[in-house]
Design a protein around this ligand. Sequence first.
Ligand SMILES: [Fe+2]
Length: 275
Amino acid sequence: MALDSIVDVARYPIQDVDSPGFESAVAEARAGLAEDGCAVLKGFVLAEAAAAMAAEGERLRDATIPVERAFWPYPPYQRADGDWPDGHPRTRRALRRNRFVGYDMLGDRSPTRLLYETPAMTEFVREVAGVDVLYPYADPLGACALSIQEAGEALPWHFDVTHFVVSLLVHEPEEGGRFQYAPYLRSDDDENYDDVTRVLDGTSDRVVDLDMRPGDLQFFEGRHSMHRVTAPAPGTWRCIALLSYCEKPGVIGSEETQRHLYGRVNREPLLRIAG
Ligand SMILES: [Fe+2]
């Protein structure tokens, strides 16, 4: 399968780094990130390829292990971080439930896998990130995982550890499963707990409800922008592909992280990832 049967290269010519289209796609993503921490490249993946990605997600989701645990808004997420008074945002416990399809489960002809393994895609993300070097994540489960939420499964409000997340909406629930975020709610200098509390209480006017369609590529700055995904309605499901990258080659997540997210461990690097 060629890149031009997956990506809308007429609109986003990621294979042609010298083209004006490449430059404008990078500029569009960077502008969104700078403005409110979020950039969505609409229709990045062609409808037919997005449908094939969703069909693969649907085939694989029955093999996933749902993970349900208590969840706090700040790292390390599995417990309150330190000694805080009752009601403080860092003590606010929620329930996280979702399931992951590990990268090692994607098929040889998976369009999701082919997109992730295309060097042009890594190069495009590197340009948007503005870093000198970037490599695909060597983790055989986490490199390009599918995150799936069935009915009632929500990802509660939180801040990320990483600066930058690249994801692709693969399947959109007919109802629910909304990505919501509060752009740049905190900064390196100011935790802004008052506004964080309002977000957690559902009284904030800073929350944006993002409209996305299958095939839309999202760049998101989650370290300062609090975010969540609401639960899909009964009979529906949501699926995103999480495209992960590192500034060093050969990086694999810890055994603990693999077990925590996927319910299993795989330490064998996949040879198909170059670098
Ligand atoms: Fe996040």
